[in-house]
Structures are given as C-alpha cells and as structure tokens.
Design a protein around this ligand. Structure first.
Ligand code: TYM
Length: 341
C-alpha cells in the first residue's frame, strides 16, 4: 500500500477496523447474504471503516471435508464475495490459508489464555459434536480461537456476522482482555455488527437457513424457477386466522416478504390474513420474483468474473499481500510481548 501523504496514513490509522469471514462449505445462501454480506458491504462502503474479509478455508478443515475440492470451494466463495460487491480496491480480501503461517500461529498463542473446559462448553462446539460424533478433534475444539485470531490479527473492533456467531465473539473478547491484561497488548474487544436480518429462518418453517439442512436455503446462484420450487415447498396454513402467526412457516414467509418487498407489503398480507385470507400461491410467486430481482445482478457479475480467471487469481494474490502487512505486525508484537524470539 502506498500512502499519498502523512494525512492519508493518519486517516487510515484512525479508522475502525472490520473483519468478517465465511466458511467454504458450499456456495453462499440468503442467510449468509442477508445476515453477514449485507453488513460487510455497508461497512466497506462507509469511509469511516477499514475493512478486511476472508474465506476461512482452515476453519473448513475442522469438520469432515474433501481435500481435493477445498481450494476450488474457497475460490468459489471468493468469487461470490466479489459478485455481491466486495471490492478489492476498498477491502483486503483473502483466502485464510494464504496467511496460514500467521493466523494459526496467533491462534496457538491465544490457546495459552483459554481453558479446555471453556471451549468444550460452547454451544457451537456441542452442536458440532452432535453432528459429527466421530470427528471431535483438537482442531474443532480450537475453532473459536482460530476465529479470534482471524479478527484480532487485524485488531478489528467490528465484526459483521449473524447472531449465531455471538458465542464465538464472546470468546474473542475474552481472549482480547486476557492478552491485554497478561501481556500488555492493545486488542479491542470486537463487537458484532448486525444487519436487519441477523437470523434468517429456514424455508422449512423450523430453525435457521443453513447449508447443511437440505431444502432450507435459497442459494445466491438459484434461478427464478428454482427459487419458486423451493418456496412452493415452504409450509403454510389455510391463509386466514384471528392472529398473524409469529413463528413457523407463515411467519417466516412474511419475514421474507418484509426483507425483499418491504414493510408495507408485509402489512398488506398481514391484514389479508386477519381479513379475507392470503393466497399463498400468489404470495410465493411475487416473493420469488422479488428475490430473483435482487440476485440477478449478483449472478451476472459472477458470470463476468468466471470469464476472467486471471483477474480473480490476481485479486486473491494482492489481497493476501495487502492483508499480510497488518497481520505480520500484530504477530510480531504478540511474540515480543509474550517473551518469544
Ligand atoms: P458461516 O460460514 O457458518 O456463515 C457465514 C456468515 O453467514 C451468517 N449466517 C447467517 N446469518 C443469518 N441467518 C442465517 N440463517 C445465517 N446462516 C449463516 C453467519 O452468522 C456468518 O456471519 N465461524 C464463522 C466463520 C468465521 C468468521 C471468522 C466470521 C471464521 N472466522 C471471523 C467472522 C469473523 C462461520 O462458521 O460462519
């Protein structure tokens, strides 16, 4: 990075840092987009922030995965990042393993200030143990510390993520406090930056939208037909009642209406619900169209990027170079303060 003037350097130093990441365990869906990517974009496009984003492929190795396809999956998510509007001119955008030497090193240092019991007690750890009982590894236990390293290596104070990541952020704050108290570091205690949709529900009426639950998600690359087919399977009721449901399939559909068609449209459907009744077939068709309209430019951008693999490769390389400068500084400082050479 070349600074035009001392003022520009000063301005960058004063900016609040932001970091967020996503695992390359499949292509991105509306939960990732609404719960995280929209917040990432908002902060990237606000000149008060200095933003870093990463595709966390090392995190993907903490659950069963295919080594032959991981690099490609990480690249695919990197392209998704660029397609939704993350901009390498404005943000440092990396694939995590390009900085593996620094991030895994920092997470190891962090493991000296966290207890095994605390890591075992995390709800996210317990959920993964339930999902993969034969894969309860040290890497899985270490997952939150690797995430703390992703964030604190940039001394980021703001993290745009969905609400499901809050337990991990609590660990990052704990690590920051302890590193500051014990070793005199100046890590900020990172806070979550939430979007309007910090919890995007599953299409199935129960739980959150997720890559691992079949039929729960609309993917960013779904065409209109696929979106309509998926929505048509979303559970509904008779379309009429005294009280508008606040949980379950219908409540979720109304939430999607609000997110993609606005609050007045939601209010219209709600009054139909307590009045003459909602025609879900029509609602789903209109909603599918509105979702597709939002995804269309993202899909077009993706097609463009796929035609220019050299550009993508260059961005990945330059993103790593740009981010490495900051990451190296933090690791050097931690080593010195911890009494290491
Ligand atoms: P991951 O890969 O599961 O999800 C990526 C992002 O998408 C958000 N998200 C959702 N938000 C709202 N509703 C949903 N249904 C939904 N599903 C997913 C997640 O909250 C997340 O923001 N541990 C992280 C990856 C990570 C990370 C980091 C994030 C590793 N290091 C450092 C931020 C900073 C994860 O598994 O996200």
């Amino acid at each position: 990075m070349v600074f035009e003037s001392y003022c520009e350097l000063q301005e960058i130093i004063m900016k609040k840092r932001v970091l967020s990441g996503m695992r390359p365990t499949g292509r991105l869906h509306l939960g990732n987009y609404l719960g995280a990517a929209k917040g990432m974009l908002e902060l990237q496009n606000n000149p008060e922030y200095e933003t870093y984003f990463t595709v966390v492929d090392i995190h993907a190795t903490t659950t069963p995965y295919d080594a032959k396809t991981l690099r490609q999956s990480a690249r695919d998510v990197y392209i998704d990042y660029l397609s939704v509007g993350l901009d390498p001119e404005k943000s440092g955008i990396t694939i995590q393993s390009d900085l593996a030497d620094l991030i895994t090193q920092l997470s190891f240092y962090f493991s000296s200030v966290e207890s095994v019991a605390r890591m075992q007690d995390l709800p996210t750890f317990k959920e993964k143990v339930r999902q993969h009982p034969h894969n309860v590894t040290m890497a899985l236990l270490n997952y939150p510390l690797l995430m703390a390293a992703d964030i604190l290596i940039y001394k980021a104070s703001l993290v745009p993520v969905g609400i499901d990541q809050e337990p991990h952020l609590e660990v990052a704050r704990e690590v920051a406090r302890r590193m500051n108290d014990r070793f005199g570091m100046d890590f900020p205690e990172p806070k979550r930056f939430s979007t309007k949709a910090e919890y995007v529900p599953s299409l199935l009426g129960e739980g959150k939208m997720s890559k691992t639950v079949e039929g729960s998600a609309i993917d960013l690359n779904d065409d209109l037909d696929t979106i309509l087919k998926k929505l048509s399977k979303a559970p509904t009721d008779s379309g009429q009642g005294e009280v508008v449901p606040t949980t379950g399939g219908v409540a979720n559909l109304f939430q999607f209406v609000e997110l993609f068609q606005g609050s007045p449209k939601r209010a219209e459907y709600e009054s139909q619900y307590t009045g003459n009744g909602v025609r879900y077939g029509d609602l789903k068709k209109e909603l599918a169209q509105a979702i597709f309209e939002e995804l269309r430019p993202i899909q077009e951008k993706r097609k463009e990027l796929e035609l220019d693999p050299e550009f993508v490769d260059r961005m990945i390389l330059e993103g790593a170079e740009k981010s490495r400068i900051i990451a190296e500084g933090t690791v050097r400082e931690v080593r010195e303060k911890m009494g290491l050479r």
